[in-house]
Ligand binder design. Structure first.
Ligand SMILES: Cc1cc2nc3c(=O)[nH]c(=O)nc-3n(C[C@H](O)[C@H](O)[C@H](O)COP(=O)(O)OP(=O)(O)OC[C@H]3O[C@@H](n4cnc5c(N)ncnc54)[C@H](O)[C@@H]3O)c2cc1C
Length: 260
């Protein structure tokens, strides 16, 4: 990876202004950027001096800076507790500890990767993102549009009482997932995200009472059928659909517990 011009931004305003120029690129952990076909970056904008690498906790939510490493999220006891271990489960398969020490939550979301374990889980958790100019919005809406020339500053996770579970299927440890599923359930609703289809994760919803009445097997079949799948070197569309049903059923059983 070659960088023609590099700026360590001293403020978010500076980062945003620089990012309005054509061919400027915001640097996350650079784990993906350095592999991308665009080997020459005209103007790289480094956010590492802006204090965006912290996890702040309030009574109602977690405010996670865009430069927080995946590893910091993985080892956060508060986040582990709040997500019933689902966040740790979603992250622990990603390459290795050294890699997760560098890769950031901001880069993981802005990359909008189809294979993303991170986006799959955060969609099930109904996370919000904060853009410097665009303000706070649902990750679900952001996933469709991307950051454009804006700068992602934070990811917000609500602490709203819910149960959460995550599962993925990989051919080999540390490889990209063939399919990834996350389910999160509150007293009123159940939310499911199916990712690595291999395209980007989609969200499915049900009223909790309806999901309980249908039971995990029927609900999982319905959800798996509602989504489209593709084939690639890791698996066929048919296999992905079948595995999505299995994972969704298991996760629903865990999240809904005594209800079903
Ligand atoms: C070999 C390999 C295997 C991987 N396997 C998996 C896997 O199994 N599961 C999984 O979920 N992920 C996987 N990933 C993705 C990885 O977890 C990260 O999501 C990815 O590396 C991007 O994070 P980064 O911090 O390196 O971002 P970068 O590579 O630095 O940036 C990625 C993109 O986001 C933009 N960007 C970064 N931060 C911001 C910001 N604050 N505002 C606006 N734009 C921004 C950059 O300009 C760039 O376009 C893998 C990546 C690699 C390289």
């Amino acid at each position: 990876m070659q960088i023609a011009q590099y700026t360590k931004a001293q403020s978010l305003t500076e980062a945003w202004e620089l990012h309005q120029k054509r061919h400027s690129v915001i640097l996350g952990g650079c784990c993906w950027l350095r592999l991308s076909p665009q080997r020459m970056i005209q103007h790289a904008i480094d956010l590492s001096a802006l204090g965006l690498d912290t996890i702040e906790e309030t009574d109602g939510e977690f405010r996670i800076g865009a430069m927080t490493s995946l590893r910091s999220l993985e080892v956060s006891a508060a986040l582990e507790c709040c997500t019933d271990g689902a966040l740790k489960e979603a992250l622990r398969h990603i390459v290795g500890v050294q890699f997760r020490n560098m890769a950031t939550i901001g880069g993981s979301i802005c990359g909008r990767f189809g294979f993303s374990d991170v986006i799959t889980l955060l969609l099930a958790l109904d996370a919000d993102v904060v853009l410097y100019k665009g303000g706070r919005m649902k990750l679900e809406a952001f996933a469709a549009t991307g950051a454009g020339t804006d700068v992602l500053t934070h990811v917000i996770l609500s602490k709203a009482g819910r149960g959460t579970a995550y599962a993925s299927l990989r051919l080999n440890a540390t490889d990209f997932p063939i399919i990834a599923c996350a389910v999160s359930g509150s007293a009123e609703a159940v939310r499911c995200a199916i990712g690595a289809r291999p395209s980007r994760a989609v969200v499915l919803r049900a009223v909790r009472q309806d999901a309980a009445a249908q039971g995990p097997a029927k609900m999982a079949r319905q959800w798996a059928d509602a989504v489209s799948y593709g084939s690639n070197m890791r698996g066929s569309a048919e296999y992905r659909r079948d595995m999505a049903e299995v994972l969704c059923r298991r996760l629903l059983e865990r999240v809904m517990g005594a209800d079903v």
